[in-house]
Design a binder for this molecule. Structure first.
Ligand code: GDP
Length: 434
């Protein structure tokens, strides 16, 4: 059974929820009685953007008519939104700045699983950064500027909403995060895949809906007492449909690119005998471009002395400077240290999706600035995480152009160290705080 995805518009009274809803659905509804105590319709509307249909909920209908404190309102709206919405549009009013009500709603939404898009309404010029900037403090990522009155800024806003809807649909479709084991031919992918999956491979092929040849099996990981399951993509042609085509080199590299694009976590196998070669770096680049996360398995450790492993780790450090992937040396053949692979996968997956609370990030960046100040005259005023998977950050500085690259690397590496962000691409932008 398929239902339309639900987008709920949530916000303090008078921020313009109904105007926004009307803009999106493209018509003016009859004004409903404003008399106190009138039960208003909960406002379920059919909406569409870029060919995607969804139900748009106007929670304005849930506002209590009489003045009762802030809390019941916040709770009720957010409750409904959190319970049934796939995406929540948190609407705030540019003219009154982030209010206590805005912050309370943000806090409430943060506790739920829904994806939140922040829209700043009543902006005459939605492209103007300065008014939107203050709303970063709500910790809901990039604020989108709009004007419901003039119909401005809705394109970008709805693009974002629709893209989040697609994301959550994809999550639901397959449920499990995907793991790809990639590498050049003969580095040992099949051997490792077989060892990893053991007898579990058959399970997946039986499961309804996973008829695709692209999946080789399913594994369970327990990390810190929490269990997670992963779909393992078939990158080595061990699955049924793939066998006939395996051996064709072109096909195998195509399979690799597809798996990388589909995966949340990629394990890149390198051959301890060959060391790090150009082909490995090409695949690493693909992983990075796809925005996936990555760890390195130095395979065939049974064939080389320990110094060789150290040497390859040195090469990784020097050459994979964007992802800075963690690495372990294993042997698919003997099974040596293969049991460390899956905990590593879970660690990467968590890093990839890590969301650092705004206040914590602010404190941490303060600490970093205190320890190692930027050049004289440069002030870093604020830091925010603008997205996860992969993590993206924005620093606000009085003179963005004067923040040296080296300083950003310092912040980046400190973030990686503190929040275990190895193996994911971390990007930090600097924007003007003015
Ligand atoms: P794929 O092309 O990446 O799937 O590589 P295969 O799994 O087919 O392995 C290529 C060759 O390397 C086979 O002869 C394997 O037996 C061998 N091999 C794989 N892993 C190891 C390992 O850890 N140690 C040793 N000594 N040989 C391995």
């Amino acid at each position: 059974m398929s239902r339309l995805p639900v987008v709920a518009v949530v916000g303090a009274p008078n921020v313009g929820k109904s105007s926004v809803v009307n803009r999106v659905i493209g018509r003016r509804r009859a004004v409903v009685s404003e008399e106190p105590g009138t039960t208003r319709d909960r406002g379920y509307n059919h909406a569409e953007w870029a060919g995607r249909e969804f139900t748009l909920v106007d929670t304005g209908g849930m506002e209590p008519a009489a003045k009762v404190g802030l809390q019941p309102l916040v709770t009720l709206q957010a409750q409904v939104a959190v319970e049934e919405a796939d995406v929540i549009l948190h609407l705030v009013d540019a003219r009154v700045g982030p209010t206590e009500a805005d912050a309370a709603i943000a806090r409430q939404l943060r506790r739920g699983p829904g994806k939140v898009v922040l829209a700043v309404n009543k902006l005459d010029n939605p492209a103007d950064d300065t008014e939107r900037y203050q709303f970063y403090s709500l910790g809901e990522g990039e604020p989108h500027g709009i004007s419901a009155l003039q119909g401005l800024g809705f394109g970008d806003l709805l693009d974002e909403v629709v893209s989040l809807l697609s994301e959550s649909e994809a999550d639901e479709e397959d449920g499990l995060p995907r793991l790809a084991i990639v590498g050049r031919p003969n580095v040992g992918k099949s051997t490792l895949l077989n060892r990893l999956l053991g007898s579990e491979r058959a399970v997946v092929s039986e499961e309804a809906g996973t008829t695709t040849d692209a999946v080789a099996g399913e594994v369970e990981v327990v990390l810190n007492g929490e269990s997670e399951r992963y779909l393992v993509l078939d990158t080595a042609g061990v699955g049924r449909g793939a066998r006939k085509a395996s051996g064709v080199r072109y096909y195998s590299s195509l399979r690799t690119s597809e798996a990388i694009r589909d995966s949340d976590v990629s394990l890149l196998l390198v051959d301890a005998v060959d060391g790090l070669v150009a082909g490995d770096l090409r695949i690493a680049r693909q992983i990075e471009d796809a925005g996936a996360s990555c760890a390195i398995l130095i395979n065939k450790r049974d064939l080389v002395p320990q110094e060789r492993i150290r040497e390859i780790e040195g090469q990784l450090l020097a050459r994979m400077t964007d992802l800075k992937p963690p690495a372990i040396a294993v042997s698919g053949l003997t099974g040596d240290r293969v049991d460390e692979m899956l905990p590593l996968v879970a660690r990467l997956h968590r890093a990839y999706h890590r969301r650092i609370p705004t206040h914590e990030l602010a404190e941490f960046v303060n600490e970093l600035v205190g320890r190692n100040a930027p050049p004289k005259g440069v002030k870093i005023r604020y830091a925010t995480q603008t997205s996860t998977a992969p993590p993206r950050f924005t620093l606000f500085a009085n003179r963005p152009e004067d923040v040296p690259d080296g300083y950003l690397r310092y912040v980046e590496n400190s973030l990686r160290g503190r929040y275990d962000l190895w193996g994911v691409s971390v990007r930090i932008r600097v924007k003007s705080s003015r």
